[in-house]
Design a binder for this molecule. Structure first.
Ligand code: RTP
Length: 154
């Protein structure tokens, strides 16, 4: 069960190696800030194969798994955590569909990419997986601070 207040739900978002190489970090992070989410953790990581296999453990056995791990290990990613109302579901909606060609214009994938194998970003698919992913990528913990903007957004 989620133990955070609705206004402080968290999701793990990751700009994949292609998004980083294409200098899209600022644009992607900016979309979440513009929408009203707070960035409560962020770092650049060139992840190991072992770490990525943990992140994508539920996909082990899929035919695309080896290619996915190779892609994700091919360069640094930008890992961050957004916090705010409905962060997980709305975060996924902002990313668009797994296949960018099926993503609506106005979503991140719908605006910036074309193929599933280079879909530039990841977002947690459930509150429970967000908690698991945040602990995996930010074992040092996430910033806690008083957000004074809610009165202007919610
Ligand atoms: P993500 O976890 O990266 O946010 O993506 P997702 O939930 O939208 O999609 P998921 O099914 O979890 O797949 C994870 C990533 O694997 C790559 N993929 N390739 N058929 C394929 O070649 C294929 N299917 C998935 C994508 O990079 C996808 O985002």
């Amino acid at each position: 069960m989620p133990n955070r207040p609705p206004n402080a739900e968290r999701s793990f978002i990751m700009i994949k190696p292609d998004g980083v190489q294409r200098n899209l970090i600022g644009k992607i992070v900016g979309r979440f800030e513009d929408r009203g989410y707070k960035i409560v953790a962020m770092k650049m990581v060139h992840a190991t194969t072992e770490h990525l296999e943990k992140h994508y453990a539920d996909l082990k056995g899929k035919p695309f798994f080896p290619g996915l791990i190779k892609y994700m290990a091919s360069g640094p990613v930008c890992a961050f955590v957004i916090q705010g109302l409905d962060a997980v579901k709305t975060g996924r909606a902002m990313l668009g569909a797994t296949n960018p060609l099926a993503s609506a214009v106005g979503t991140i994938r719908g605006d910036y990419c074309l193929v599933t194998g280079r879909n530039i970003c990841h977002g947690s698919d459930a509150v429970e997986s967000a908690e698991h992913e945040i602990a995996l990528w930010f074992p040092e913990g996430v910033i806690e601070y008083e957000d004074t903007e809610h009165a202007w957004i919610y």
